[in-house]
Design a protein around this ligand. Structure first.
Ligand code: GRF
Length: 215
């Protein structure tokens, strides 16, 4: 895959960025890489987070875009859209991004923006369902399976077309932390796999559902 045809990926992250790291490792922004995608930009809503350090170590452009510094969500979105389009970003990945993505960005990146959620959607998602709360809810429900979901982002929290999921067991005596770490291990496999599938043209959205071409 030559440099020009590789899919340019922007990753948005609010925290430590372990999922981001997996993407940086697999899709480096380097001329010597022949990967199908390149992570060219990392955006965080706040300074000082691990995700920005990881971008710096990988020599990837890192930007802090703080939604609170804009008068309206629309202006925040315009600033993101112009950053992305200026760099030729073809895919936006939300990897632990905790702020609402403005509607004009969701519209501009319809079927070109994905999110990773640490439970099997459509259960255990929606507004306020992030971090420890997700795993607490899974354990409290008595469900015997959990695991990450990667889906396209639409206007509704965690309701866009599901691209891929990876199940893990839930044990009766799990703590939220134990379950979170079992799920996170699978997130680190699944997210790069999905980016690869998208970059190689294997995912299509038809009638609101994502279809993944079989190998
Ligand atoms: C992950 O659990 C992901 O599913 C969720 O936020 C967490 C981010 O973790 N959306 P990290 O910052 O990638 O380590």
């Amino acid at each position: 895959m030559d440099k020009k045809s590789a899919l340019k990926v922007a990753v948005m992250a609010s925290g430590g960025g372990t999922n981001l790291q997996c993407l940086l490792d697999r899709f480096p922004d380097s001329d010597s890489s022949d990967a199908a995608a390149r992570v060219v930009l990392v955006v965080s809503n706040r300074p000082g987070v691990g995700a920005l350090d990881r971008a710096g170590r990988a020599n990837v452009r890192a930007e802090v875009v703080n939604p609170d510094e804009f008068d309206t969500p629309g202006q925040f979105g315009e600033s993101l859209n112009s950053l992305f389009s200026g760099m030729g970003v073809g895919l936006v990945v939300l990897a632990g991004y905790l702020k609402k993505v403005p509607e004009n960005v969701v519209a501009a990146y319809s079927n070109r923006m994905i999110n990773i959620h640490p439970a099997l959607l459509p259960s255990f998602g929606g507004k306020g369902m992030y971090g420890r709360r997700v795993h607490e809810a899974v354990i409290a429900s008595g469900a015997k399976l959990s695991g990450p979901t990667v889906h396209y982002v639409n206007e509704e929290y965690d309701r866009g077309p599901i691209i891929a999921q990876r199940p893990v067991p839930v044990y009766h005596d799990d703590t939220p932390e134990e379950l979170a770490s079992r799920v996170l291990e699978k997130e680190h496999e699944l997210l790069p796999e999905v980016v690869e599938m998208i970059a190689t043209g294997r995912v299509e959205v038809v009638d609101g559902r994502a279809q993944v071409k079989r190998d």
